[in-house]
Design a protein around this ligand. Sequence first.
Ligand SMILES: *[C@@H]1O[C@H](CO)[C@@H](O)[C@H](O)[C@H]1NC(C)=O
Ligand SMILES: *[C@@H]1O[C@H](CO)[C@@H](O)[C@H](O)[C@H]1NC(C)=O
Ligand SMILES: *[C@@H]1O[C@H](CO)[C@@H](O)[C@H](O)[C@H]1NC(C)=O
Ligand SMILES: *[C@@H]1O[C@H](CO)[C@@H](O)[C@H](O)[C@H]1NC(C)=O
Ligand SMILES: *[C@@H]1O[C@H](CO)[C@@H](O)[C@H](O)[C@H]1NC(C)=O
Ligand SMILES: *[C@@H]1O[C@H](CO)[C@@H](O)[C@H](O)[C@H]1NC(C)=O
Ligand SMILES: *[C@@H]1O[C@H](CO)[C@@H](O)[C@H](O)[C@H]1NC(C)=O
Ligand SMILES: *[C@@H]1O[C@H](CO)[C@@H](O)[C@H](O)[C@H]1NC(C)=O
Ligand SMILES: *[C@@H]1O[C@H](CO)[C@@H](O)[C@H](O)[C@H]1NC(C)=O
Ligand SMILES: *[C@@H]1O[C@H](CO)[C@@H](O)[C@H](O)[C@H]1NC(C)=O
Length: 451
Amino acid sequence: MVSFKLSSAFLWTTLYVTSKVTAVELDIDSFESLENATSLIAYGLMDYYTGDQYGKTVGMFSDPYYWWEAGGAWGCILDYWYYMDNDTYNDQFMAAMLHQTGDNNDYIPLNQSTTEGNDDQAFWGIAAMTAAERNFTNPPEDKPQWLYLAQAVFNTMALRWDAATCGGGLRWQIFVWNSGYDYKNSVSNGALFHMAARLARYTGNSSYTDWAEKVFEWMSDVNVITDNDYMFVYDGVSIDDNCTTVTKYQWTYNQGLILAGCAYLYNFTGQDIWHHRTLKLLNSSSVFFNNSILYEAACQPAGTCNNDQRSFKAYFSRFLGATAQLVPETRSTIMHWINSSAIAAAQSCSGGTDGHTCGTNWFADGWDGMYGLGEQMAALEIMVNTRALHKHGPYTANDGGSSQGNGAAGTEAHATNLSPLHITAGSRAAAGIITAVIGISIVACALWLVF
Ligand SMILES: *[C@@H]1O[C@H](CO)[C@@H](O)[C@H](O)[C@H]1NC(C)=O
Ligand SMILES: *[C@@H]1O[C@H](CO)[C@@H](O)[C@H](O)[C@H]1NC(C)=O
Ligand SMILES: *[C@@H]1O[C@H](CO)[C@@H](O)[C@H](O)[C@H]1NC(C)=O
Ligand SMILES: *[C@@H]1O[C@H](CO)[C@@H](O)[C@H](O)[C@H]1NC(C)=O
Ligand SMILES: *[C@@H]1O[C@H](CO)[C@@H](O)[C@H](O)[C@H]1NC(C)=O
Ligand SMILES: *[C@@H]1O[C@H](CO)[C@@H](O)[C@H](O)[C@H]1NC(C)=O
Ligand SMILES: *[C@@H]1O[C@H](CO)[C@@H](O)[C@H](O)[C@H]1NC(C)=O
Ligand SMILES: *[C@@H]1O[C@H](CO)[C@@H](O)[C@H](O)[C@H]1NC(C)=O
Ligand SMILES: *[C@@H]1O[C@H](CO)[C@@H](O)[C@H](O)[C@H]1NC(C)=O
Ligand SMILES: *[C@@H]1O[C@H](CO)[C@@H](O)[C@H](O)[C@H]1NC(C)=O
């Protein structure tokens, strides 16, 4: 994601329009209780959706939530539909996912194209991939299909593989002018690995397996994936010193991207190596649990999680559920963690003027005073994933999936082909001007807020 240092001028405007209801109560063994609880939380999540309002953009959530998190949030809405059999938001999901594809149908819409990073693109791609695997209603024939969109995201990302520095890897940013262009981070590379694994299993095409192996090996070579007592996933490496200094933050979503990727690969290939890695990554994931309750260890205890980071537990919960579906040996550990965390999350959803706003810290007694899109997403995902083993696992093209794709998606005739190598000095200068203009308008906005 793009590192604008905007202080989060959070607005309560669209929130709390409902009358006060009691805290979310959850009896995990009752489907009706889970329905009642998750419908309140999903409603609270969609309170942040502004795309249906006059003059607002379809697919986007309110400020200060970045475009990438919108892609993450639509993935949560998709999970809500699938696990809870509630299609209330399906039309909005379809409209959002199709409005934001961009001209090349690869989730680089023009409005985002100056600031978008590989990880940002990936979270929309993952939502499209999930729609294919869940056999969600296919888009109209004149629109790009779920599988096509996922392949286009994968292909355009894979084209940016940068063998010129550090022996490979994806840079965080797509464009040279964004800060982070010199950083090769685990969420970008992990997402490429993860998408490759899922496309391999869905399509049966072994090119994707080769890619997955290549990305995993590179991440291991530069030690952002460890393989000693634990298999941890660290934040990333800078190209400045040939990727030798590892930034050792551990985020739940990175562990989850790699964990679930390995689970898909094991389920598809049956190879011991992916089985072994899945179990080791899972075991090592215990660093993110406190008495079996999930937390964002790198920032939550210090109270420093930013808006992006407060949504990470949502993706990790989603990937735990997928792993449990795909690798039976993980099920008892995962379901124990999910169930304990879901109960804890539900009791945290007792804040705000609506009485069921979710907090960040699930082992606090009640609501911790935090709120936001990320909090709603994380609570919703952990709760719906208690149903992971009650629903069919991800479908494939041969078994239940009906989405159509194309191995060349994203690289076809009209491809924008956003490989950084194709950026000329001229476009760099133009981008500098754009950045300056954006900078000025941010300052102007900030001043406006101050006065
Ligand atoms: C977790 O909760 C689900 C849903 O109620 C239930 O089916 C499952 O048996 C529980 N598993 C564990 C390990 O508690
Ligand atoms: C679910 O909500 C309905 C309607 O408010 C209520 O009648 C019912 O008792 C609730 N069920 C559970 C299990 O909480
Ligand atoms: C479906 O979701 C909507 C929105 O969250 C909610 O109002 C409705 O009660 C839910 N339906 C059921 C059966 O839970
Ligand atoms: C781009 O931004 C404009 C102006 O806000 C908006 O009207 C349009 O719908 C946006 N396009 C996309 C794909 O988000
Ligand atoms: C840079 O790092 C890569 C990946 O670890 C390695 O293959 C390559 O030999 C290194 N190059 C130099 C000059 O050290
Ligand atoms: C992880 O492995 C260690 C050593 O084998 C074991 O003691 C621990 O219980 C495992 N943890 C989980 C969550 O499986
Ligand atoms: C773990 O949870 C307990 C409360 O159950 C809390 O007191 C403790 O501070 C938590 N540990 C961390 C590392 O957050
Ligand atoms: C693969 O995943 C499916 C669920 O989608 C599961 O039923 C099956 O047992 C898994 N296969 C293996 C080899 O674990
Ligand atoms: C997937 O969707 C297609 C098209 O709607 C449908 O024909 C097919 O039965 C669905 N498959 C499953 C497993 O539901
Ligand atoms: C397999 O995937 C690769 C990489 O995306 C693609 O180039 C190739 O056309 C695909 N093969 C088939 C048979 O779809």
